[in-house]
Ligand binder design. Structure first.
Ligand code: UDP
Length: 239
């Protein structure tokens, strides 16, 4: 497989064409942004850590019957994925109140939710990723109602699989964000990344934050937290 021209550069990743029309070459970057790009920085080694962490989660999910875009690792910071057109919806699943939900509903961070909460956000930087519902999704024609139902079902299943897997590693899955894409043959596929950039992970005992909140809230030891997650997943940590 050969790396070709850049397709798109996002905040945390670069996507390249390959010499095969059904695959993209993804490069994970060390750049970090928060609050819709207002806060910028670099987390040393993040590209490699998130590339490895994401590949572990996607491999686990595939083994558990959740098809996704991940194909294989190409280098410490790069992976091969199936080509999809990303649906501009962020699906957020929450098990404990944190972040924007804690604020919006006046709940203390860490309050357990009686059942997982599912939310949708419109991926649009200019609008600041507003929260939307199925009616908005229909009006904007972002996805069909069938696709939306499928995204909900898969996301809740992903939550069960990841929650159980992380529990055994003494990590609480507080909340996370998923993205989906459409393949050239019109199949819905879980895509993007699953990493400390897109999930809230707390140590199950100390409740210490092991995710991007350390960067967002200037808590320090950001790299160490990402390394700790890779270590708990059984991956090697290269520093
Ligand atoms: N999230 C994300 N990308 C975004 C917004 C949120 O990956 O653009 C993740 C975030 O890391 C957290 C979950 O989605 O795990 C819920 O985020 P929340 O709505 O609480 O927003 P935040 O407090 O991160 O602004």
């Amino acid at each position: 497989m050969e790396k070709k021209e850049l397709v798109y550069e996002g905040k945390a990743k670069k996507i390249f064409y390959t010499d095969h029309e059904n695959y993209y070459w993804v490069e994970y970057k060390d750049d970090a942004t928060a609050f819709n790009g207002e806060k910028r920085g670099t987390i040393v080694g993040k590209g490699e850590l998130n590339n490895r962490i994401s590949s572990i989660f996607f491999t686990l999910l595939a083994e558990q019957g959740i098809e996704n875009h991940f194909v294989k690792l190409l280098s410490p910071t790069e992976q091969l994925v199936r080509k999809v057109r990303i649906i501009p919806i962020e699906v957020v699943i929450r098990n404990l109140a944190a972040g924007s939900l804690a604020k919006r509903l006046g709940l203390e961070e860490g309050t357990p939710l009686r059942h997982p909460v599912i939310e949708f956000y419109y991926k649009d930087d200019e609008l600041g990723d507003p929260m939307i519902n199925s009616s908005h999704i229909s009006v904007l024609q972002l996805a069909t109602q069938e696709q939306l139902e499928e995204m909900k079902t898969i996301s809740l299943r992903v939550n069960q699989i990841l929650t159980r897997y992380l529990e055994k590693r003494e990590v609480l899955l507080v909340d996370f964000k998923l993205e989906y894409g459409i393949t050239p043959d019109a199949k819905l596929l879980l895509a993007d990344e699953i990493s400390p950039d897109t999930c809230r992970f707390w140590d199950a005992n100390s409740k210490e934050k092991l995710d991007k909140d350390r960067f967002r809230r200037d808590l320090g030891n950001v790299e160490e937290a990402y390394q700790e997650i890779l270590k708990r997943l059984g991956g090697e940590v290269h520093v």
